[in-house]
Design a binder for this molecule. Structure first.
Ligand code: AGP
Length: 604
């Protein structure tokens, strides 16, 4: 994902910007660039690929006096990863870097083009710098022009802009994409999209709020809030420990990654939704020509997202779908026919079992697709096509945001195929696209909800086992909930289809058997409820997760009313993740690095 840095001061601006970008490298990017204004002269460099290419291009460039500079790592959304599309974007005498998406860029671009403005790139970002320069023509004050520019932008952004004639100012604006500014005793100012680039340089930082805009000079930071009222910066001490800073104040990476899900899903959706269709630039629709079956193959959490996908492919796209555990598939001499699209799913793209099945499918002449979080991983390189989940680096061994983004990608893909095959009408596709836009909201962690689960978790530290139960799509979610709990609490947990409990496991029911029941309002509620009642009647301890009050439960986690079961799915996903986390914390376990587990399993 994109990263932003900015610097104002007397030190080696080039090095500071490049070092800052290096700290943001982990977010993933495909081009990078910097622009530096010193003595009223701009120097700008851009390069496609890794930062080392940019370092190479700037190696003879020296910055040894006061300067203002901005830098960016770009993860392509609007337009391919080319040098022209890389940031900073230039007007006639200004440069801009931007994270996020300017939703009304097409209208703005059209208006600017009609005024004779010439665009160099395919990005949404470029409109910002041209719009600013148009405003500047009519205003003597650069800040006024910047303010007017921001007021016309719709969408999410973190923006830094520098302009000639203002070589002691950096203009900034933030709405929806993170950004902070740091200070020290040397009158320097540092900007970044997360705090790690600032560690070691700044003592205090101000995190911008949505709607904030303003500028910095060597002497001051001027901030206006969303109501155009000037406010003082609110400084907090910056950690000196990189690792703890990377946790952004959370206790564990897993916790941070759970909270991050809303933002990363915004990234997953970025540029892929229009009002009535799914846009997946990375695949060609011919991938589905002649395909009568989809076979999904993965391990662990990725296997659970594949199972979830199988419901959507059959329900929405009307394509026969089967799901395979990779380690089983490898050795069971499977029949592979060429009318099958073979899809592997992997956070890392390196899992040995999954990778091997991909090779098998390729050798058998099947078309292959990978849903993956890591660009350039082995699976991405081998598969015919790939769709990246854009979850950002996932450090917790117990996967959370990778799962969430995989399911989002599958939802989009099933609608994409539904449109291709005409299996859902246009109205239903538009409705589901509108629902997809609501997913980031549905996974936002409410403090009250987290607090409730934390309190409740103390009752679930013993017993002879957990059953997570659900029906339909909520069955794979039950499997995933049980896997999360097992991984980090070391308690025995199973995921089970609610309707299947009576065929055996109900024999285990007693007060020491903990049942975590997923009871969505909009999918088989009555049927699932009856299954839970059967368990309740046999005195199993029930913790119900539902938007509807369920009086047969011992404990009850009430979720928000949602308009569709998919939104309930995502909200309940967060609940089971937090429940596992809090149980593990109470048991004193290593949440991020549970015993016996590795993040990437490259052995079979
Ligand atoms: C999930 O919490 C796991 N740690 C594990 O099951 C993981 O999903 C599995 O090893 C597959 O990894 P992959 O997605 O990187 O292929």
């Amino acid at each position: 994902m994109c990263g932003i840095v900015g610097y104002l001061g007397k030190k080696n601006t080039k090095e500071i910007l490049l070092e800052g970008l290096k700290e943001l490298e982990y977010r993933g990017y495909d081009s990078a660039g910097i622009a530096i204004l010193s003595d009223n002269n701009f120097s700008s460099f851009k390069a496609v690929g890794k930062l080392v290419n940019l370092e190479d291009k700037t190696k003879d460039f020296v910055t040894d006096k006061f300067a203002v500079g901005i830098g960016h790592t770009r993860w392509a959304t609007h337009g391919k990863p080319t040098e022209l599309n890389a940031h900073p974007h230039v007007g006639s005498s200004s440069y801009v870097v931007h994270n996020g998406i300017i939703e009304n860029y097409a209208e703005l671009k059209k208006e600017l083009q009609e005024k004779g403005v010439h665009f160099l790139s395919q990005t949404d970002t470029e409109v910002i710098v041209h719009l600013f320069e148009e405003k500047l023509k009519k205003s003597a004050d650069a800040f006024e022009a910047f303010k007017e520019t921001i007021s016309e932008l719709e969408g999410a952004y973190a923006i830094l802009l520098v302009t000639k004639g203002e070589d002691e100012r950096i203009f900034f604006a933030k709405n929806g994409s993170p950004m902070l500014v740091g200070i020290n005793t040397e009158n320097e100012k540092y900007f970044a999209s997360s705090d790690t680039p600032l560690i070691g340089h700044c003592s205090d930082v101000n995190y911008f709020e949505d709607g904030d805009y303003g500028y910095v000079t060597p002497e001051k930071i001027v901030i206006f809030d969303k109501n155009d009222t000037q406010r003082e910066p609110i400084f907090t001490k910056l950690s000196t420990n990189k690792l703890s800073a990377q946790k952004d104040g959370y206790r564990f990476f897993m916790e941070k990654e759970i909270y991050e899900q809303s933002d990363v899903i915004v990234d997953t959706l970025l540029g892929r939704l229009s009002e009535n269709e799914i846009i997946l630039d990375e695949i060609d629709s011919s991938l589905f020509d002649g395909i009568n079956e989809i076979k999904l193959c993965a391990c662990g959490t990725s296997y659970h997202s594949a199972l979830t996908a199988s419901y959507m492919f059959e329900r929405y796209s009307k394509v026969k779908t089967s799901v395979e555990v990779a380690s089983e598939f490898r050795y069971r001499e499977p029949i592979m026919t060429k009318d099958t699209l073979f899809v592997v799913i992997s956070q890392s793209g390196e899992t040995a079992d999954t990778l091997e099945t991909l090779k098998m499918a390729k050798n058998a002449g099947l078309k292959t697709l990978v849903i993956c979080n890591v660009d350039n991983s082995s699976m991405v390189r081998i598969a015919d096509a790939s769709i990246l989940t854009r979850a950002g680096i996932e450090k917790g061994v117990a996967s959370t945001k990778a799962f969430a983004t995989q399911v989002v990608v599958f939802w989009m893909l099933s609608l994409y195929v539904a449109k291709l095959r005409n299996t859902l009408d246009a109205q239903e596709i538009a409705k589901q696209i509108a629902l997809l836009r609501e997913v980031p909201r549905s996974v936002k962690v409410e403090d009250s909800m987290h607090e409730r689960i934390k309190r409740l978790s103390k009752r679930y530290l013993h017993g002879h086992g957990f059953f997570f139960i659900g029906r339909d799509l909520f069955y794979p979610l039950a499997l995933e909930g049980a896997l999360k709990l097992k991984e980090i609490s070391y308690l025995h947990a199973e995921g089970y289809p609610s309707g299947e409990m009576k065929h055996g496991p109900i024999a285990l029911a007693d007060p020491e058997l903990f049942t975590i029941a997923l009871l969505p309002e909009h999918l088989l509620y009555e049927k699932s409820k009856s299954n839970v009642e059967e368990l309740s009647a046999r005195d199993a301890t029930i913790c119900a997760i539902s938007p509807l009050v369920f009086d047969k439960a011992d404990d009850y986690i009430q979720t928000q009313p949602q308009s569709h079961y998919m939104l309930e799915f995502f909200e309940m996903m967060v609940v089971v993740q937090i429940l596992s986390l809090e149980i593990s914390v109470r048991l004193g376990n290593d949440v991020d690095m549970p015993r016996n587990l590795a993040k990437s399993v490259t052995v079979e």
